[in-house]
Design a protein around this ligand. Structure first.
Ligand SMILES: [Zn+2]
Length: 118
């Protein structure tokens, strides 16, 4: 499966399969939360406000840009994702939140209302 922007149909991910073995999730700060090539629907406590998001590895995102509103891009040495969605498709439609700062596991939480599986 791949993910696409619901607004313009731009493909925004590599081929992904659902991660069934949740012991492969890595909650260490500064490292990838989810292995490349996989997604999970997050119903854990990873970030409560993002519950229900489609979580993917940052490296699996394609045709995507950072938000044009720089106030969304705060972080120490990465993007902390605390100021709202910071990732858009190539056509500037919001798709989700990248978390890539040094003090958190790294991943992208895609908004299930803004992206779709194809
Ligand atoms: Zn789009």
């Amino acid at each position: 499966m791949r993910l696409a922007c619901q607004t313009c149909d731009t493909v925004i991910s590599n081929e992904l399969i659902e991660l069934k073995d949740l012991s492969r999730l890595n909650k260490k700060d500064g490292q990838d939360y989810i292995p490349k090539g996989f997604f999970i629907i997050d119903n854990q406590e990873f970030y409560l406000r993002l519950k229900g998001s489609i979580m993917v590895n940052i490296k699996d995102l394609i045709n995507s840009k950072y938000h044009s509103d720089v106030s969304r891009l705060n972080g120490c040495c990465g993007r902390d994702g605390l100021d709202g969605m910071n990732r858009t498709c190539f056509n500037n439609h919001e798709i989700g939140t990248e978390m890539s700062d040094c003090w958190m596991p790294h991943c992208v939480a895609l908004n299930p209302h803004l992206v779709k599986f194809i």
